[in-house]
Design a protein around this ligand. Structure first.
Ligand code: SF4
Length: 365
């Protein structure tokens, strides 16, 4: 195969083609209206593992509640997790919160300017550091995420196989990305190449006919990738237990929630429906079946209606339990599964859009 032309003239031409395409085709996303490093940081952390449509809604609510790094640092963790609800992968929210506290404490509330300094903060990896430094501060560093990897592999005609896969391929991609990034507009260039991967050079059915780089691309279509890990399956059951609150009336119902213990590695501190002793549920007691994916596991979840008097007999106590008014439950840091079940059961009548987010199909850590 003929190699990608990487002469200075060709590199310059590729930069210009991509930036011109970006000017006319970029999506209007709320974080693109800001060059504030805190705002970019929040958006980049949210965008890891969560779909853009979900992030758009949650980002605006989150920034409304925590408009500055210091306001985030000063907030209780429970509030931060509640505002993260619906985005999944809660470890990101905890790390973001901790890093904000560190910056407020050690850097007078100002994020460091360079990628190298940002890398020293808890929870900021190479990708996020490069994104913040280039977009907010125009530092000449390349951003390499999954979209960029795919675009560059296809452009250069590289495939992920035994010979070129893994660390060696990753090094080649980073080298090409570094060579390509435009020193005059590194922030725009990095956003442009990520945008190309997200909207044109798609994992399946890339839109090569409208791609600004199609004339130089060595693949023009899908490329060979590592096979995906097989999903595992597990069956579990949860209890949906409701009762009337202190005041009579339909809107005063309460739901029984349980807090996951803090020592758990997965979703510590989040609230969920109590687990059933037996996932097999008699047909007359079955409220709904839900499929929910967490990492590489597909959970097939049976939700059983459980009366208050039967809770102890039918469920396994795993943490602190609380009867919570339905109107307040939506504002708590719920697991993605619990939020999905309560939403599908139409039990969130009084919750505003600020507290209910669309549910990603795959969450939650
Ligand atoms: S030509 Fe097609 S495969 Fe190549 S970079 Fe563009 S969209 Fe991707």
């Amino acid at each position: 195969m003929v190699k990608l032309d990487r002469t200075p003239q060709k590199i310059d031409k590729l930069r210009k083609q991509l930036l011109k395409w970006y000017v006319h085709n970029q999506r209007d996303l709320p974080w693109r209206r800001s060059h504030d490093s805190y705002a970019i940081w929040v958006s980049e952390i949210m965008l890891q593992q969560t779909r853009v449509a979900v992030v758009v809604e949650r980002y605006q609510a989150f920034m409304g509640r925590f408009p500055t790094l210091v306001s985030l640092a000063l907030a209780p963790e429970e509030d931060v997790l509640a505002m993260w609800s619906g985005l999944g992968y809660y470890r990101r929210a905890r790390m973001l919160h901790k890093a904000a506290q560190f910056v407020a404490d050690q850097h007078q509330g100002n994020l460091p300017a360079t990628a190298a300094e940002l890398r020293l903060l808890p929870g900021i990896g190479a990708y996020t550091a490069a994104a913040i430094a280039s977009i907010a501060n125009e530092e000449h560093v390349a951003v390499v995420d999954g979209n960029v990897e795919r675009v560059l592999c296809r452009m250069a005609g590289w495939e992920a196989d035994g010979a070129t896969g893994g660390a060696a391929l990753r090094r080649r991609i980073e080298e090409l990305a570094t060579q390509l990034v435009d020193p005059r507009r590194p922030g725009d260039f990095n956003q442009a190449i990520m945008e190309l991967g997200a909207t044109v050079c798609l994992p399946r059915n890339p839109q090569c006919l409208v791609c600004p780089w199609t004339a130089d691309c060595k693949t023009r279509g899908e490329h060979k990738t590592q096979p995906r890990a097989q999903m595992l399956s597990r069956e579990v059951g949860h209890a949906l237990s409701l009762r009337m609150g202190q005041q009579p009336g339909e809107s005063n119902r309460e739901v029984l929630l349980e807090q996951r213990p803090a020592m758990l590695s997965v979703m510590p501190g989040l609230w969920e429906l109590p687990g059933l002793r037996e996932p097999d549920v008699p047909a007359e007691e079955l409220r709904m079946n839900v499929r929910h994916a967490i990492m590489q596991v597909n959970y097939y979840v049976r939700i059983r209606t459980v009366f208050e008097d039967d809770v102890d007999a039918l469920t396994v106590a795993g943490g602190e339990r609380r009867w919570v008014p339905l109107g307040a439950a939506g504002g708590m840091a719920l697991t993605g599964l619990t939020r999905k079940v309560l939403t599908r059961a139409h039990l969130f009548p009084a919750v505003s859009l600020d507290t209910i987010a669309p549910q990603p199909d795959v969450d939650v850590l």
